[in-house]
Design a protein around this ligand. Structure first.
Ligand code: HEC
Length: 156
């Protein structure tokens, strides 16, 4: 005795829903990957990453390292001089550098300096305020990495 047409329908429908689910998951992981950078085409520098993109990756790695350091009770001491180049580093696409870029860059650099001169009890607060400065600029110039940046906030 075969399956009734009702249960066949149920099997087909479940299979269909299952496929949709798989496709959905695939798409989500794809957007997650794309979110790491803001511009997919790199007109100014087709053979490599822009100076600003490389600097940003270093800023991200440094932020993640300071995050771990603070969590383990440490104090950041070696100010990353290289990040002072933020104003002049060439972006992938000039459109990602809006007029407000320099103001955001100064705000970020000033907060970075405060963090490296921070008394231990203010470390968490000053660190989180630095994460916010990354985000402030990204909100206007490059929203892609925002989620990744906010993940580096410390619980306070
Ligand atoms: C003054 C503005 C500004 C500030 C402050 C800023 N960013 Fe960026 N960020 C950008 C721009 C613009 C790009 C795109 C660079 C390009 O593609 O050339 C970018 C790109 C990135 C990228 C993607 C790099 C890649 O692989 O293409 C990451 C990750 C990133 N930023 C993280 C951070 C973190 C973490 C901070 C704070 C420590 C930060 N950003 C602070 C403007 C800023």
């Amino acid at each position: 005795m075969g399956l009734s047409s009702k249960s066949k329908l149920f099997v087909y429908a479940s299979f269909g829903i299952f496929c949709l689910f798989i496709i959905q998951c695939k798409q989500e992981s794809k957007t997650e990957k794309d979110a790491s950078s803001c511009v997919k085409t790199k007109p100014l520098n087709p053979n490599g990453d822009s100076e600003l993109a490389v600097l940003m990756r270093n800023m991200y790695d440094s932020l993640a390292a300071v995050n771990t350091l603070i969590k383990n009770g440490g104090v950041p001491t070696k100010f990353p001089e290289a990040f002072l180049k933020l104003h002049t580093a060439k972006p992938t696409d000039v459109n990602t550098k809006p007029d407000s870029f320099d103001a955001f860059a100064d705000d970020y650099l000033n907060t970075l300096k405060s963090l490296y001169h921070s008394p231990k009890e203010d470390l968490n607060k000053n660190y989180n305020s630095l994460v916010q400065k990354c985000a402030n600029c990204h909100q206007v110039s490059c929203p892609g990495p925002l989620k990744k940046i906010f993940k580096l906030r410390l619980d306070s």
